[in-house]
Design a protein around this ligand. Structure first.
Ligand SMILES: *[C@@H]1O[C@H](CO)[C@@H](O)[C@H](O)[C@H]1NC(C)=O
Ligand SMILES: *[C@@H]1O[C@H](CO)[C@@H](O)[C@H](O)[C@H]1NC(C)=O
Ligand SMILES: *[C@@H]1O[C@H](CO)[C@@H](O)[C@H](O)[C@H]1NC(C)=O
Ligand SMILES: *[C@@H]1O[C@H](CO)[C@@H](O)[C@H](O)[C@H]1NC(C)=O
Ligand SMILES: *[C@@H]1O[C@H](CO)[C@@H](O)[C@H](O)[C@H]1NC(C)=O
Ligand SMILES: *[C@@H]1O[C@H](CO)[C@@H](O)[C@H](O)[C@H]1NC(C)=O
Ligand SMILES: *[C@@H]1O[C@H](CO)[C@@H](O)[C@H](O)[C@H]1NC(C)=O
Ligand SMILES: *[C@@H]1O[C@H](CO)[C@@H](O)[C@H](O)[C@H]1NC(C)=O
Ligand SMILES: *[C@@H]1O[C@H](CO)[C@@H](O)[C@H](O)[C@H]1NC(C)=O
Ligand SMILES: *[C@@H]1O[C@H](CO)[C@@H](O)[C@H](O)[C@H]1NC(C)=O
Length: 761
């Protein structure tokens, strides 16, 4: 009976050919006979395969019965077989070999097994995807002759260790493939660096490109939030230093792939769904680029763009470039250090930080924070310190001994970090600062008062001359006041209209403040944009927006009713758009159905008309610079109106290009030359417009869309994809979005994109 069950079990868990999970010395796996190994639980499989669009044969390991087929390990990455004559064998020394048609070994595990010589060895494929060679009678699980987990390719699996065996000096690391059709070793690697306090880093051809960073007991400092569904750990011992992770849900299958373009992609499958969920798609923002801000400078990302700020006590090394948002040169100490002869230095605390590169650090696991402070203070080359481990209130000590590189601030997580500054800087932060401010204000008010008195006396005594002088000088200095001819609203009116800015009336959060719906006493509906106090980019943009919009009249631009400037509060009052913004429609399964092709075409046209007006037909040439679906509002007839001119710049005459001080805009919509060099022109808006058009048609966000075969976003996908792949032209599945209409996107030989919309009727 027992045997019968056993065979039934075997029968159920294997395919038509009764596959084994292990390979003994006399056995072989032959490609020509379609032979494979299948792990005991039926989860993974080892055999020969060809990548898409390739006839070459590779020996690899993959998950069974999931889609897309995901190869997690390849033996002969760099030495493919040209046809299916390959044979995979294990010799009596415990060495695995891959032989070609003439029985030459084209790949083997040249492992140094002489010390623990093979004694009836066997190679077994585990459910984890690990291929393990050990002696058949060896009972110690740890005692392996060779295992594929020590030699990863581009896939990082749960239970795999990447890092160093300090006894043998062997390193295991993840390395990307050349392309999706060629698994040979590519440009990118993920490695554990042993310089200073160990860190996980990504390299491109040996050059550091991003730094996930050191371990703080809970996570790597660079991606504190990225532990979704997994429990990672970085182990530092006398014998080895490695990074690994386990799956919290052991029944799921999970793999992290380092793609050919150097981004990361995680795929997981549950036992119910056998199609992949993709949970992360690589780089979040520019602050992740290694040393984006140069030395001694903190990168921050506000959801739209990255910017840099020197640490306290440091100033930009190249101020002119810094002003143009060229940050690479970083910051240098403001004052030459006097640490050697005065002992007055102190520390400034930064919170919510990604700790800097620890390759110039030293560490001690037993010190507490106070000992750490003393240790740093007493050594003039120490520039900063922090806790090593954040668990349980913090323990251990990390000291930095050189420039501080690759820091960023987070909004919700990150660590405390203490930077050494001279005593003069400590004063700035403390009471001295407040005293100076009070003195400043007093002096200012006094002088201002004196001036006003003089002017008043002058005007009273000499009204005619005063008017002439005012017209000649004052108007030239502040023309804006003169030209803005907008109704101003009382604060109290707006408070009433929006029910004291209640969250119930909040329509959304714009680039520099929340927007509320309001109803005036006469029943007219308005939208009130409230400039947030905490926004740094506030006042200038606000005035800019008022000045510009008040001059513009077009049916595809949002109408400005007025403004309110009272004390700290600055607000803009717009016409209310009952259908909110375009993104509410195009990215929503159900609302999208309201937009048939006719409506979508009307929207695409309307945006173009509005843009044409801004670029060519208005008195000033205006570049919007932050065109995106959430900035396109829809009125009750679903007619589009462009909003949010806060970032717009006006140009006189023919000036059509400029360089910005800072890059503003939204990732996914800004063109490469603007993101990289801050160079913008009307073409930047046209690029964003193109993205919007693709999004309107596809119903997918450019930034979130992932081409399932290649690592492209929506743009790359549409334009680069070869038509060979089935369903190319309608791949973004527009069919299901507007009943049975469809769209055909087709790049022509002039690199233009033609869009054909087919209505069901
Ligand atoms: C191996 O599989 C291929 C494709 O499924 C098939 O054409 C071929 O006949 C099989 N060969 C053997 C020896 O089973
Ligand atoms: C594979 O190619 C070699 C030479 O390139 C040839 O000798 C051999 O017969 C081929 N095997 C098969 C199965 O086609
Ligand atoms: C097998 O590999 C050897 C060594 O790489 C090579 O010289 C030989 O041409 C290969 N044979 C075939 C049929 O590809
Ligand atoms: C390769 O080895 C197999 C098995 O040992 C043998 O049958 C075959 O003749 C060999 N082929 C060549 C070309 O040496
Ligand atoms: C095996 O390891 C020993 C000691 O590390 C070394 O001397 C020897 O050269 C190695 N042999 C091979 C074949 O790599
Ligand atoms: C940088 O810009 C600020 C304000 O825009 C200006 O006051 C300062 O002089 C500029 N510095 C340099 C070096 O250009
Ligand atoms: C940044 O710091 C590193 C390490 O101290 C130094 O080698 C490099 O020259 C610095 N870069 C700049 C631009 O100052
Ligand atoms: C250091 O900086 C402070 C404040 O900027 C300045 O008053 C002082 O003169 C500087 N000291 C030296 C030695 O440059
Ligand atoms: C760590 O610091 C403690 C206390 O200062 C000291 O006793 C110990 O030797 C240090 N450990 C190392 C490895 O330097
Ligand atoms: C500062 O600390 C580092 C690392 O512990 C050490 O190499 C260096 O000699 C120390 N410098 C002084 C002046 O104590």
């Amino acid at each position: 009976m027992l045997f019968m069950w056993f065979f039934l079990f075997l029968y159920l868990t294997t395919t038509s050919t009764a596959a084994l999970d292990s390979l003994a010395v006399s056995q072989s796996i032959q490609d020509g006979n379609n032979e494979t190994l299948v792990s005991a639980g039926g989860i993974t499989e080892l055999g020969f395969f060809s990548p898409e669009n390739s006839a070459r044969r590779y020996l690899g390991i993959w998950f069974r019965n999931v889609s897309p087929l995901t190869i997690v390990w390849v033996a002969n990455r760099n030495t493919p077989l040209e046809n299916n004559s390959g044979v995979f064998k294990l010799n009596e020394k415990g060495i695995l070999q891959l032989l070609n048609a003439t029985n030459s070994s084209i790949w083997s595990t040249s492992s140094n097994v002489s010390s623990k010589a093979g004694n009836n060895p066997i190679a077994r494929l585990m459910d984890t995807g690990n291929l393990v060679v050990r002696n058949a009678r060896e009972t110690n699980e740890e005692d392996v002759l060779w295992q594929s987990f020590d030699h990863p390719c581009d896939a990082y699996l749960p239970g795999m260790k990447i890092g160093w065996n300090l006894e043998t000096g062997l390193e295991s690391f993840i390395s990307s493939s050349v392309s999706d059709t060629d698994p040979a070793v590519g440009e990118y690697t993920i490695e554990v660096s042993l310089i200073g306090y160990p860190q996980v880093m990504n390299f491109k051809e040996g050059v550091l490109v991003t730094r996930a960073g050191s371990w703080n007991g809970l996570s790597l400092v660079g991606n504190p939030g990225a532990t979704l569904g997994t429990s990672p750990n970085l182990v530092i011992s006398e014998k080895e230093v490695y990074y690994e992770y386990e799956l919290l849900d052991q029944s799921a299958f999970f793999v992290y792939i380092l793609t050919p373009s150097g981004t990361g992609k995680s795929l997981y499958w549950t036992t119910e769904t056998r199609t992949a969920h993709v949970i992360s798609t690589g780089k979040q923002d520019q602050c992740e680029d290694y040393a984006f801000c140069g030395n001694n400078s903190i990168c921050s990302y506000d959801g739209n763009y990255a910017s840099c700020e020197c640490l306290r006590g440091y100033v930009p090394k190249s101020p002119e470039q810094w002003n143009k948002s060229v940050w690479g040169n970083g910051c240098v100490p403001k004052n030459k250090s006097t640490c050697e002869n005065s002992h007055t230095d102190g520390f400034i605390k930064y919170t919510y930080m990604k700790l800097p590169d620890t390759s110039s650090s030293s560490f001690n696991t037993t010190m507490n924070l106070n000992e750490c402070y003393n240790s740093c203070l007493g050594n003039c080359s120490c520039t900063a310190y922090a806790n090593l481990d954040v668990r349980g209130g913090g323990s251990g000590c990390l000291l930095w001994l050189d420039n501080l590189v690759d820091m960023r601030s987070f909004s919700q997580w990150g660590q405390d970090f203490y930077v050494r500054v001279p005593a003069s800087e400590l004063d700035h932060a403390g009471q001295g600062n407040i005293k100076k401010m009070i003195v400043g204000i007093t002096v200012g008010v006094t002088i201002f008062g004196l001036l006003i008195s003089c002017v008043c006396i002058f005007i009273i005594k000499n009204p005619g001359a005063a008017r002439r002088i005012f017209n000649r000088h004052y108007r030239n200095i502040v023309p804006m006041k003169e030209e803005i001819d907008l109704p101003t609203f009382d604060m109290s009116v707006l408070v009433n209209a929006t029910e004291n800015f209640s969250t119930r009336n909040k329509l959304g959060e714009g680039g520099f403040g929340p927007v509320y719906k309001g109803t005036l006493l006469d029943g007219k509906e308005i939208a009130v944009k409230r400039l947030s106090n905490k926004s740094e980019q506030g006042l200038d943009e606000f005035k800019n927006e008022v000045a510009l919009i008040s001059k513009l009249q077009h049916r595809n631009l949002v109408k400005l009713f007025g403004c309110c400037i009272e004390g700290e509060e600055n607000m803009l009052i717009y016409e209310y758009m009952s259908n909110k913004s375009l993104d509410y429609f195009v990215f929503d399964e159900t609302k999208r159905k309201l937009l048939d092709w006719h409506k979508r075409f009307n929207i695409i046209n309307g945006i173009a008309r509005g843009l044409l007006y801004l670029h060519q037909d208005s008195r000033l040439r205006i570049i919007h610079r932050d065109l995106k679906t959430s900035n396109i509002l829809l009125d009750e007839h679903l007619d589009p109106k462009i909003s949010d001119f806060g970032l717009a710049r006006s140009f006189l005459g023919d000036q059509v290009e400029a360089n910005t001080n800072r890059v503003a805009g939204t990732y996914g919509y800004i063109p490469p030359e603007y993101a990289a060099r801050g160079h913008f022109s009307v073409k930047s808006d046209v690029f964003s417009y193109g993205v919007i058009v693709l999004e309107i048609i596809s119903g997918k966000r450019n930034s979130e869309f992932l081409d399932p075969w290649h690592d492209n976003n929506l743009l790359g996908y549409k334009l680069l994809r070869k038509p060979k792949v089935p369903g190319f032209y309608t791949e973004v599945d527009v069919t299901s979005q507007a009943n049975s209409s469809s769209a055909i996107l087709k790049p022509n030989s002039h690199n233009q994109l033609s869009i054909t919309m087919l209505d069901a009727r």
